[in-house]
Design a protein around this ligand. Structure first.
Ligand SMILES: CC(C)(COP(=O)(O)OP(=O)(O)OC[C@H]1O[C@@H](n2cnc3c(N)ncnc32)[C@H](O)[C@@H]1OP(=O)(O)O)[C@@H](O)C(=O)NCCC(=O)NCCS
Length: 376
């Protein structure tokens, strides 16, 4: 095969795999999980139901859902060795560094790490869905010098995470808001972190390595890290009357506005309106409407000036902020929810695997001769 003369920069437009898990229809702004439009799922199903959907291709019945919840609750406890490692992390380490390292450590403590039977792979997938939130909450508590709490098996995934972070059970509205955020973030086609997870597992590495890879990829500000960037930007702008000048200056200096634009969506990201609605309700309740007002103005300016729409990270930042979640836990929460999608993709890749190995177009010099080192 000859090397293509012009590579697709950023693999733009390249179809890297077939999948039954999710579909991102960028031209019409639709997101589909296993046949269900995200607008159909949002508000009607819980995160745990979405986990089952992504892993099995269909929504669970009562019995299947109860089994899944019991399994996840049973998998939450972290090995003491991993808890010790988490407690040793520098208190000022960014949480994404901490959870990336914790997931890698979980692989060291799981004696089935290299068991490649599909049963073992499925168990490891669910274990990671259950344990990444615990690792995140434990790091957060430990960096504050607070005691870590045992997980509460009576709580669902979203509520248990909030409980372990805050030290108290969340009110129903906080739990349901977080659960919907998890649902909206669970999967998203061949996004960068999912692709990286599939590349890693396609070498027949292991589940923990694949999810460690994915977390490292999600962390970047052009991907999941953008939600932290949004709140930092809003804080830097400070107030509604400064928005127009700030945006004009950013655009003049070719600065990217976090939470705006998308490789695939050419119209509004379908997750954004759900998050915007939640952000509006929460901001009003909090009596701090300026964040949502500033966000709406930025979105309006970016649409008129650059024809770019808000993406999932834009309003999720205000939602998390309004829920009282520390800024540097925004991207970890994305990782917690997306672990359901990453693991589903890893299992799908394993079911019909081929090494993922694209080519590059070499554009360097050719035919050079070695000059002896003393003469260089
Ligand atoms: C998501 C993103 C990485 C997509 O990137 P992409 O498809 O490679 O698009 P590019 O970065 O090449 O941008 C294309 C053009 O739109 C502009 N653009 C894209 N997103 C922009 C943004 N958020 N702010 C300002 N300009 C933006 C670029 O400057 C570029 O303009 P130019 O052609 O005049 O140079 C990009 O929109 C971005 O960086 N957004 C901000 C980070 C973010 O929110 N990421 C989360 C995604 S869910």
């Amino acid at each position: 095969m000859t090397t293509p003369a012009t590579p697709a920069k950023g693999l733009d437009g390249i179809i890297a795999a077939s999948t039954r898990i999710s579909d991102v229809k960028g031209d019409i702004g639709e997101l589909i999980y296993c046949g269900y439009n995200i607008n159909e799922l949002a508000g009607k199903v819980t995160y745990e139901e979405v986990v089952h959907l992504l892993h099995h291709g269909h929504l669970p019945n009562h019995k299947q859902l109860a089994e899944l919840k019991t399994t996840l609750a049973g998998f939450r406890e972290l090995p003491q060795g991993v808890i010790n490692i988490i407690k040793e992390f520098p208190k000022n380490a960014p949480p994404m560094h901490a959870i990336r390292t914790a997931v890698s450590a979980l692989g060291c403590f799981d004696t089935t790490c290299d068991d490649d039977s599909m049963d073992a792979q499925r168990r490891k997938a669910l274990r990671l869905i259950a344990q990444i939130p615990i690792a995140t909450a434990y790091f957060h508590r430990s960096r504050q010098g607070k005691s870590i709490l045992p997980p509460d098996p009576s709580l669902g995934e979203a509520a248990n995470f909030l409980y372990l972070v805050d030290g108290e059970k969340p009110p129903a509205e906080k739990e349901s808001t977080m659960d919907l955020c998890y649902v909206l973030h669970a999967d998203h086609g061949m996004n960068a972190s999912t692709f990286s997870a599939r590349v890693t597992i396609a070498t027949l590495s292991d589940m923990y390595s694949a999810i460690t890879t994915a977390i490292g990829t999600l962390k970047g500000p052009l991907h999941g890290g953008a939600n932290e960037g949004v709140i930092k930007m809003l804080q830097e702008i400070g107030s509604l009357e400064h928005v127009d000048a700030w945006v004009a200056d950013a655009l003049a200096n070719k600065k990217k506005i976090m939470g705006i634009g998308h490789r695939i969506y050419k119209v509004l990201d379908p997750r954004a309106p759900h998050l915007k609605r939640m952000a509006q309700v929460l901001s009003a309740k909090l009596g701090e409407p300026k964040w949502i007002q500033m966000s709406e103005r930025i979105a309006e300016l970016m649409l008129t000036k650059k024809n770019l729409h808000a993406n999932v990270d834009f309003y999720s930042a205000t939602v998390y902020y309004s829920l009282g979640i520390p800024t540097d836990l925004f991207t970890p929460i994305f990782a917690i929810a997306r672990t359901s999608g990453w693991t589903a993709h890893v299992l799908e890749q394993l079911a019909d695997n081929r090494l993922i190995r694209p080519q590059s177009a070499y554009i360097g010099p050719v035919g050079l001769k070695v000059t002896p080192i003393e003469q260089r």
